[in-house]
Design a protein around this ligand. Structure first.
Ligand SMILES: [Mg+2]
Length: 367
């Protein structure tokens, strides 16, 4: 179980349906595949998605920090040295998705080594997660049609709608159109990606009262400190911290400050080891969680699935697992599937996924 190499492989796969939201847009999955190889010949994998508008990382910076700092710090340790690895990577600030991918690739390699699914090693609670799909900026009728199509083709009945445009009327109209289209039984919630001011967000929440939102997320900036607390204090549903709370310490800070009443857990930024910390923190405090989507490819989605289904606290809400559907292709030999609005955990050892070598050769950008 000794780690002999940590490699970072950049690749690029276009999106067939680009996603627009208040803090940016994405039309290319320019991710980094991280491979952790042991002296037994086992290769664990995970992917790091660059989100410069959220974490400051780029594909080049992820490859660079892994090659120059993280790989030398990790090589020579074993797969069971996860806390030592965390401590060594923690000497460098930032770089959350690079750190998370190394952590998850180590868990994948550990699972493959002992012949057990990572989902089971983490807790193994549920055999599936209900899927929630993230809907980007479009006109109301287009977003409503997308929601209907997802329900009819995949059975999806939970939707996160991206909001935060100016003025607020367009996003309010989108939410109303989706509710009318999908009916009262479907779950709808919104994510502002800090696009509104606190007063604008408060007005939008008031106008959306009849729509029946299950939660709201990052409607204004957490740095608008008192405005954010004022907004959260009057919000009738859980107010989820996402990009404002990327570490367990940030989660504690935001919750204790009254700046959030829910937490988005993204394995893409907290891996499995710190996602466990966030989930247990939230459970101990009785705070709602949602498994968030970092606009993950299928490798990242398999990580979200393994983690989200492993804990009772995270498995009880629908999880954002389906935005790989907007990509034109992916790296997996066997694509993920959504049946009756749910994704079942993968039974194989480790993450239960296999990288297709031909697809990796086709899409990698370093050769
Ligand atoms: Mg979000």
């Amino acid at each position: 179980m000794k780690i002999v190499s940590v490699r970072a492989v950049p690749y690029a796969i276009p999106f067939s349906r680009p996603l627009h939201f208040a803090s940016g847009f994405i039309d290319l999955a320019d991710n980094v595949l991280v491979q952790v190889t042991t002296d037994d010949g086992v290769v664990g994998v995970a992917e790091a998605p660059p989100r410069p508008y959220t974490y400051g990382e780029t594909q080049v910076s992820i490859v660079g920090v892994i090659e120059k700092l993280f790989a030398p710090a990790v090589e020579g340790l074993t797969l069971l040295d996860r806390e030592e690895v965390r401590a060594r990577l923690g000497r460098t600030v930032g770089n959350p998705t690079a750190k998370a991918a190394i952590d998850m690739a180590m868990w994948d390699a550990w699972g493959k080594t002992v012949g057990q699914p990572v989902h089971e090693l983490l807790g193994g609670y549920a055999d599936r997660l209900r899927v929630s799909h993230m809907l980007g900026f479009e006109a109301p009728e287009i977003v409503a049609d997308q929601a209907i199509e997802l329900r009819e083709t995949l059975g999806i009945t939970s939707y996160k709608i991206k909001v935060g445009r100016q003025p607020i009327d367009l996003d309010v109209a989108v939410c109303r159109a989706v509710r009318t289209a999908v009916g009262d039984d479907a779950e709808i919630y919104i994510d502002g990606n800090r696009g509104w001011t606190a007063p604008q967000a408060a007005e939008a929440v008031r106008q959306l009262e009849g729509v029946g939102l299950s939660r709201v997320e990052e409607l204004c900036r957490a740095d608008d400190v008192m405005g954010r607390r004022w907004l959260v204090s009057q919000c009738p549903v859980p107010f989820v911290a996402d990009e404002s709370a990327p570490t367990p310490a940030d989660v504690t800070r935001e919750l204790m400050a009254g700046a959030a009443t829910g937490v988005s857990i993204k394995t893409a930024r907290t891996g499995f080891s710190d996602s466990l910390r966030v989930a247990h923190l939230a459970e101990g405090l009785g705070v709602e969680t949602v498994i968030g989507n970092q606009i993950d490819g299928q490798v990242g989605t398999a990580c979200s699935l393994a983690f989200g289904a492993s804990q009772a606290w995270t498995a009880r809400n629908s999880a954002e697992l389906s935005n790989y559907l907007d990509m034109s292709d992916d790296l997996l030999a066997d694509p993920l599937t959504i049946i009756d609005g749910a994704m079942h955990v993968l039974p194989g050892p480790g993450l239960g996924i296999e990288i297709d070598p031909d697809k990796l050769s086709k899409y990698r950008t370093d050769v």
